[in-house]
Ligand binder design. Structure first.
Ligand code: SF4
Length: 340
């Protein structure tokens, strides 16, 4: 079934003309799809009745349904969306003072197999469509207590492994006539698929980049992230150093701290040496355990000692608060399910 949210606004204009409609119908549609989302084509009151009837019969308005909302004790909400085929994808709404951040998914499952991630332990099923990515934002907004201020593309899946759909979705999320989020408020996290990363940096929307590094050297990274064999971190770091040095918002490096594996002061010193020529921010993420996982969360004093080394070396370094652990909504704890 035709879903207009699978088209960028430029493509929507062309589609409307191909349908032999007046070009301004594309603007009217965009208004009802993104600015003031309605539940039925019949509610698009400035479209002729005959057109609304036709769209109602032949087009899909929403690609996902909200199936369940789990609320954590800390206010975080995990939203379970059901796809047309009965699979589930998860998004997470994280309130923090004035901010309300939505973490969106881009795939059902993930092919990257990071050993510390629950999603990575599940089978990959398929890429999400642009409509399914954008609908997570539109529908989650309905259950958020305030306007979503920030979007992080860090949920289930590797965004650059679904490159074209993700770029289309980002264009809809940031276009002033669609969802209208500023680039500064949108962050994409990646394990660093080099050709797609190059393309995104040079031609794609200028969203904030976050690189999932997680180790101070290639050997350690390879043992927890199989992607290191195909897309080496040293090459990604060179690319980021070269292409993002004049960016207003430098990339962030994410580092999941795994007890006894990559969380020692020695690891921190090695990381500081590795990153010394890069303009970057470091986000430390103490591991969030899940049933059957092979790793443990480090003690707080080790996390603080790790942070101190990086701060002393001059890096802006933050420890990410674990949010929504009681509902398995924290980093690395998302998974997909299907109807039984
Ligand atoms: S951390 Fe991200 S890229 Fe790695 S397996 Fe999990 S979802 Fe995939």
């Amino acid at each position: 079934m035709l879903n207009f949210k699978n088209y960028t606004l430029k493509e929507l204009k062309k589609l409307v003309v191909d349908m032999e409609l007046e070009p301004y119908r594309a603007n009217q549609l965009a208004y009802w799809l993104y600015k003031n989302p309605v539940d039925s084509f019949m509610d698009m009151t400035n479209l002729p009745k005959s057109l609304r009837d036709e769209f109602e019969k032949s087009c899909q308005l929403f690609s996902l349904n909200i199936s369940d909302v789990l609320q954590s004790l800390d206010g975080t909400k995990k939203v379970l969306f059901e796809t047309d085929e009965g699979d589930y994808v998860e998004s997470v709404l994280i309130p923090d003072g004035e901010r309300l951040t939505l973490c969106v998914s881009t795939q059902i499952g993930c092919r990257m197999g990071c050993r510390f991630c629950l999603t990575g332990h599940q089978k990959f099923k398929r890429n999400l469509t642009p409509a399914e990515i954008v609908d997570q934002v539109i529908l989650a907004q309905r259950i958020g207590d305030s306007r979503i201020t920030n979007i992080v593309v860090m949920g289930m899946g590797e965004p650059l492994d679904n490159y074209h759909n993700v770029v289309k979705a980002l264009s809809l999320i940031t276009h002033p006539d669609a969802l209208g989020y500023s680039y500064r408020k949108v962050t994409l996290s990646t394990v660093g698929l080099i050709p797609e990363l190059k393309d995104l940096i040079t031609k794609g929307p200028k969203v904030t980049l976050s690189y999932s590094l997680n180790a101070p050297n290639p050997e350690k990274r390879r043992s927890i992230m199989p992607i290191e064999n195909r897309h080496p971190m040293m090459e990604v770091l060179r690319l980021l150093a070269e292409k993002t040095k004049h960016w207003r918002k430098p990339p962030t490096f994410e580092y999941v701290l795994l007890r006894g594996f990559n969380d020692s002061v020695g690891d921190a010193k090695e990381l500081a040496r590795l990153l010394k020529k890069l303009r970057c921010k470091v986000n430390l993420i103490p591991f969030n355990p899940w049933e059957g996982c092979p790793f443990e969360r480090p003690e707080e004093k080790r996390v603080l000692a790790f942070q101190e080394v990086l701060i002393e070396a001059g890096f802006s370094t933050f420890i990410r608060k674990s949010r929504g652990q009681d509902i398995l909504a924290a980093c690395g704890q998302l998974r997909w399910r299907y109807k039984m």
